[in-house]
Design a protein around this ligand. Sequence first.
Ligand code: MG
Length: 405
Amino acid sequence: MIGVAVLGSTGTIGDSTLDVLARHPADFRVVALGAGRDVGKLADQCRRFRPDYAALADPDRALQLERELRAAGLTTRVLAGEQGIEALACLPEAPYVMAGIVGAAGLRSTLAAARAGQRLMIANKESLVMAGPLLIAAARAAGATLLPIDSEHNGLFQCLPNGEADPAHGVDRLWLTASGGPFLRWSAEQIAAATVEQAVAHPNWQMGRKISVDSATLMNKGLEVIEAQRLFDVGPERIGVLVHPQSIVHALVEYGDGSFLAHLGAPDMRTPIAYALGWPDRIETEVARLDLAALGSLDFCAVDAGRFPAINLARQALEAGPAGTTVLNCANESAVSAFIAGHCGFLDISLLVGDVLSRFLSGNLAGTACETLEEIGQLDRYARFLAEEWLKRSPGGGAEGRALG
Ligand code: MG
């Protein structure tokens, strides 16, 4: 029986993880559940899975959770704050950790799991983008096993020999597919007027709002190019992106002999989660099986960088070194929050990120090595400051933003 800690348990990755775990009660035990603010949902999960530990990042709500669990007669130990979540990542009785907290908020706990030498199932792509070299080095030093949950990277991992993109084994290029998001066939004018509700309505995947907006700008794919570079240690020129609207082929590995190995599956996160839990074996899920005959055809096309500039911004950040990708991520998080809050228009997201990135590159923090959390924290605050400045300055920025839905 293997103990599992699920961080971000009330989000979509958490739901999918608990669904897979519930199907394998003889093999896995839910030892710890961690979330941000959703007391009601976490209390429900505790009543169902009876973990030894639960933590909420919001300390006041952690007190509320404690009261609810005691009233329900549960003995689950409740921890509070970011330290509480970090503690769950390091439990010896839970050597499998699902890092499912979205954004920079998941960085400390993801790094803590790496340092503790856990099986780190990494769904938090932002921590690889913000702190990739630090995280990879920590995992290596502690002997942690890093297994990607992001569907494209999980697919690459499955198609690579021993999960490694070593040219000595004939690996040439890695290909990530992108659905193209809800605006794939929209004109530039239509995209400029896109509302929040339109941006979060992803055609294939049920996801949280932040990643859904990232999928609409295609910044999600930009972050994933960086994530692939970090995970598989390949140059950006060896990582390609293909638009594939059906989201059935998640990734392809191109070999020097002309072979392409592709990973196919229904767009359902339970498949990569089950793979990471079972690896190197496979465990069953209730995911609907592909019916290729019913699908009939699969389509592919190149990315239109004119309407979707985000992938090139990510490549530019990657060229700039570790500090570049930290700043890109933080600027993007600021821009997406501002868009969701109605403080800027959809196109402003990429404009803001591009502006923050170029200001940063011409400033004196551009060479930051990003070897410590303090350095990364400093860049994070700097990028968010530049983003705030941009929002105040931009013609349509601020409360009366352009293209409000
Ligand atoms: Mg993905």
